[in-house]
Structure formats: C-alpha cells, structure tokens
Design a protein around this ligand. Sequence first.
Ligand SMILES: *Cc1c(COP(=O)(O)O)cnc(C)c1O
Length: 428
Amino acid sequence: MSTDPTPDFGSVDALQVPRASFEAQASALDADDPLAHHRSAFVGAETALVYFDGNSLGRPPRATADRLARFVTEEWGGRLIRGWDEQWMQLPFAIGDRIAALTLGAASGQTVIGDSTTVLLYKLLRAALDAQMNLDPQRVEIVVGRDDFPTDRYLVEGIAAERGARVVWVDVDTSRGVDADLLRAAVGDRTAVVLLSHVSYRSGYLADGAGLTRIAHDAGALVLWDLCHSAGSVPIELDAWGADLAVGCTYKYLNGGPGSPAFAYVAARHQHALTQPVQGWMGAADVFSMGPVYRPADGMRRFLSGTPPVLAMIAMQDTLDLLEEAGIDAVRAKSVALTEFAVRVADGILSPLGVTFASPRDAAERGGHVTLSHPAMRAVTARLWQGDVIPDYRDPHGLRIGLSPLSTSFAETLTGLRAVADAVRAES
Ligand SMILES: *Cc1c(COP(=O)(O)O)cnc(C)c1O
C-alpha cells in the first residue's frame, strides 16, 4: 500500500465560493486532486460522456485490453493445459490476497476469488448458519435488513426455508441503513448470523464495521459482511473489526468487467470449522487424487467448488495496480471530496427544483455514491442516458450518482449534475 499522506482536500477553499462559480470550484478541485492523473488510465475518460455508474459497473482501465490479449496469446495459447499447474490454480488465492492487502485490511490466506457474489453469499451464509445451529440448536435466526440488496434478502429467505431457520427483518429508513441501535434491537441469544451491507446499495449509507461487528458478537452471532459497494472505494478493516465472513463484488469499484467473479473472506479462526454446501472437486483436499469421497481442503480452498473462472479474473488486476499506486486512504479522501462536491452542487441547483437527498448528508456516514430523489427520476434517467449522462435509477424515485474515485473528475461531476437539473426541468 502507498505511504503517501492522505491528500487534504480541506485546503481547497473552493467549497466556500458562492454557487455561481461551481465551475471555478470544479477546476480548483481537479487542479488540487493528487489522483487526477489516474482518470486518463480509463477507456472513455477522454470523451464527453459523463459516467455516474462506476459503483455498478466500473469503466475498464486502458491496460486491460492488452492484458486480456496477452493472456489469450501467451498464457492460454502458449501454455495451454500447463497453465493450470504453472499459475492458474493459484490465481484465485493470489488475487484474493492482493484484494485483501490493498482494500480489505485482511492478512493473507483468508480471501479467495470464487463464484458470483450471490453464490458466495449463499455458501458462506449456509456454512455459518449450519455451524451455529450445530453449536446451539436455539440459534435459528438470520438477521438482515429489509432494504438490503435483493439477492441478499432472497438468499436469506431460501436458506431459512432450507434449514428451518427464521428471518429477522430489520426495518430501516431507506435513505440510511442498518445502524447500531437497529442492530442491537434485532439480535439476541437466538441469533445465528447477521448479514450486513457495509455500504447500502440504495442510499450509500456507510455502516460502522467495527461497531456492528461488536454488537453481533456480544449477542453470540457471526457476521457476514457484504462489501459490494465499498470494496475499492472505502477502507475496510476486516481483521481489526474481528469480522467473521465477507463477500464482495469485483466489477463495481474494482473494474473487473461485467460478471467478473466475487471474492470471499473467511477469518482464519473459522476456516476449519466451516463446511460449505457446494462440495465440488476444486474444494477437496487433494484435487487431482480424484478420491472416492469428498474431504474438504484446509484453508480457503474448501470454499471453492468448480474450476476457477480464470479468464474472468484477469481484468481486475489492472485496478489493483492502480489502487496499489494510489493507496486506499487517498482513494477514500477523493471519494469524500467528490460526494461533498456533489452534495454542494445538488443543494445549489437541484434542491430548488424539488430534488431531495436520499443519502446521509454526513460524509462519515456515506460511501461513494449519493442518491437524489424526485418523482420524475425514472423519466429523468432515460433522458440522461440518451444524452450520454449515465447514472442509474432505483425505486422509489432515486437517481444514484456513483462517483468512482479513480475515474471521475470534479468537472465531470458538475457537467452531469447540470444535465440532471436540465432533465428534471424538462420532465417536471
Ligand atoms: C451488486 C451487488 C450484488 C450482486 O450480486 P451478483 O451475484 O454479482 O449479481 C449483491 N449484493 C450487493 C449488495 C450488491 O451491491
């Protein structure tokens, strides 16, 4: 990780300048941005298109086209089946360890690239619930937020039905997320597992990782963190939090490309005690002994099932290179500066049009995106897409402004928000 000091965006007086000169603020912030040069490392950054959806599908780094071509000709084409022995079998662990070191605050040997987020969440949630129910048959409750990402909620419902467990739904304000008070009220001596989003996909609410983990542990529960909307933009300290399990996307802030496989983290202390439900040969103790019965491998390999999706995990390495250069703390500092600027501009030009915030206003409680609310936002989004300004829409009435720190400039942010204002006017 970089040892560069965290850049001090607070020194930019631009935010004090009156709202007539948002343009001047944006130029000053871009000029002062120590990560500004990384933007040109991304395909399309030179065009006029405004991209507000790097939190859903990150832009590709330019280096990725070459990396993929080289993989096809040199590794796949040149090494053929030998590639598995030489490198590919280890790749899910090597990339996992890199993600762990650069973004998760996790020591090596606890993170692996596996299946999709959905499948990894299923495997870890099932493993954790089974372990808890075996230890104490009273612990049959899974706690999850009622406004969590659909896949998370659907998995919990399915697993509860499969295992005779019970779902405890935490009702939340949709412009926030599960916080300490809500979690404290939801857990108890029947709680087996708590599934939590570090950054809420809808509101951008940033949960207190250490605090919520402690609350769950005090109740005797295990915590599974969903890091999809934080990995690569918000510092995460899984080891320091005492987290048990985590899963996160690689095609969002890690720019791994559409459908790139997710990562799973299992704290070293739990690995031996957990058994995941999709027992395949790649998770077995001796993969090529082709033995008569399944015996799980030691360590993180037991959480794999089938042949690793090597081709699909190649691209994310370019963003890991960028993160290594920039450092996650500098990335977070820019992320905060970007969302603060977006809030300031929205207050200036969108609030007068009736647009409201559906995200925390305090940067300490906010991840890398802000959600703006207005009854016309569905139509506004369609209009913006036609004009090459690309946010996304989430019910009810939410326009998500995702500001991927390495690829987004302050000028781009301002241009996009002005286009939002024009579209709201046109659709109102
Ligand atoms: C993006 C996202 C997912 C996506 O899961 P996939 O299996 O990759 O489709 C899951 N959970 C959260 C919180 C997400 O933001």
